[in-house]
Write a protein that binds this ligand. Sequence first.
Ligand code: RB5
Length: 143
Amino acid sequence: MKIGVACDHGGYTLKDVVSEVITKCGHEVVDLGTHTVDSVDYPDYARKATTLLNGGGCERIVLICGTGIGMSICANRVKGIRGALCHDAYTARMSRRHNDSNCLVLGGRVLGRDVAQDIVEVWLNTPFEGGRHQVRVNKIDEQ
Ligand code: RB5
């Protein structure tokens, strides 16, 4: 899979950690920045990634800001994007099994390196269960 990764300055330190896991799991990272710790506006970076997910060549995206909240709000305003702000492997696993999340959101000031690695690995490797969950996911896009 091609996976777009975008962050603001609050998520910058976690971007490389996330990218390493994606590569290690056999996927391709599309690095959308930011590339320094200088202050930037997270909606600008969320937009770069959500554009790529909606027919722009990426099958999934990962967004990282300080808390994950701003990126999460931005992602979930875009039709077809199911952004999941995850804090542990359990929420990451369930976001795939039940919600078919195509956008993982992380808080760079909330998560430690090892927990973040765990989340990304589980999120990449857990399939969607479909069935009754597909019916529910379809209803999201009908709204
Ligand atoms: C930036 O200081 C911070 O507000 C941003 O990274 C994010 O946490 C917003 O939700």
